[in-house]
Write a protein that binds this ligand. Structure first.
Ligand SMILES: [Zn+2]
Length: 337
């Protein structure tokens, strides 16, 4: 019972901390380096993370979902375009409490001689419940210097924060692929004045991406292009200016990596019009989500999300006026069968 109470106290403390950090990011306030503090070390020692690794095969490619940890987010405070009572009713229905513990996932693709990472987690910037991607990568048997390519869905700290390990390139031998318009948006100092509430995100974008630009390692692309054999990009703008979907195809099987097209599965699958304050253009974000949902439900390919409960992989089906998420059925061989 004592252990139970301790865990509960820790979770509440984590929730309060994570929330303040979330709002800090949104409001542009400074959150000093949590990764250095005794509180972080204590929290991690008290509750080590799950081993966040889940392997599966897509044709000739091995795909491994990697967890960066979880972060509680308040859907009451952060969701927009919701109907009165919608959040309360849905959370009750799904036996969830606000703030909702939310996964931060990234994905490793083994494609021949390439080792490709889709998004990088948050690095040291969100602690103490996030920043576990290096542990997950280690558990998958991969060293950061072995990564040949990093595909960034968009430049938000929980996706691009892991690019740097403090002042060092976390993936020193990798090319970093990001949509041109995404880089132009976040690294243009003039945009900081246009989006004053995102000041901290702009600073973090610069801290994490600029060193790779300086080292000549960032490769940009525009729109829908083929990056490597079997791996291509699709424009999915709205959540951010250059938010990108990555598509993996091999031997008739397909998986799409949808980044931040979903933050609150309970609400946004049945009602894709629901948006979140982190969207740069919420109207466009909702329209893009609906367009992709229609396609995924019709075609039946695998979809992988950065913020759907780990491993974040599953299928999308139509249900009523909205959609239903069908998470992969756990299986030792990752086939879902
Ligand atoms: Zn985002």
């Amino acid at each position: 019972m004592q252990i139970h109470n301790n865990l509960r106290a820790l979770r509440l403390r984590r929730a309060t901390l994570a929330l303040s950090l979330s709002f800090g990011a949104l409001l542009g306030s400074s959150s000093s380096s949590w990764a250095q503090t005794p509180a972080l070390k204590k929290a991690r020692a008290a509750m080590p993370p799950q081993v966040g690794v889940y392997r599966m095969k897509i044709g000739d490619f091995n795909v491994t979902a990697l967890s960066d940890g979880t972060i509680p987010i308040s859907l009451h405070n952060l969701l927009t375009n919701v109907k009165p009572g919608q959040v309360t009713h849905t959370l009750e229905h799904d036996v969830l409490k606000d703030p909702v513990e939310t996964s931060v996932n990234a994905y490793l693709i083994e494609a021949g001689s390439r080792l490709i990472l889709v998004d990088t987690g948050s690095g040291e910037l969100y602690g103490p419940t996030l920043g576990y991607l290096p542990n997950s990568l280690h558990a998958a048997g991969v060293r950061p210097e072995q990564i040949t390519d990093v595909l960034i869905t968009h430049i938000h700290t929980d996706h691009s924060g892991g690019l740097m390990n403090y002042q060092a390139l976390a993936f020193p031998n990798a090319a970093i692929h990001i949509a041109k318009r995404e880089v132009e948006f976040w690294l243009n100092p003039q945009n900081i004045a246009k989006f004053p509430t995102r000041k901290k995100l702009f600073a973090e974008a610069r801290a994490k991406v600029a060193p790779y630009i300086k080292a000549g390692k960032v490769k940009t692309f525009s729109g829908d292009v083929q990056l490597f054999p079997g791996i291509s990009t699709l424009a999915a703008y709205g959540h951010t200016a250059g938010h990108t979907v990555y598509v993996l195809e091999s031997k008739g099987q397909k998986m799409q990596f949808w980044g931040d097209m979903m933050h609150a599965a309970s609400l946004q699958f049945p009602d894709p019009d629901v948006t979140i304050v982190f969207d740069t253009d919420s109207r466009m974000a909702a329209a893009t989500r609906k367009k992709y949902m229609v396609d995924a439900a019709k075609q039946g390919y695998w979809v992988a999300f950065d913020h759907v409960a780990f491993p974040g992989v599953g299928h999308i089906r139509t249900e009523g006026k909205g959609y239903r998420w069908i998470p992969i059925n756990y299986s030792d061989d990752g086939s879902g069968q």
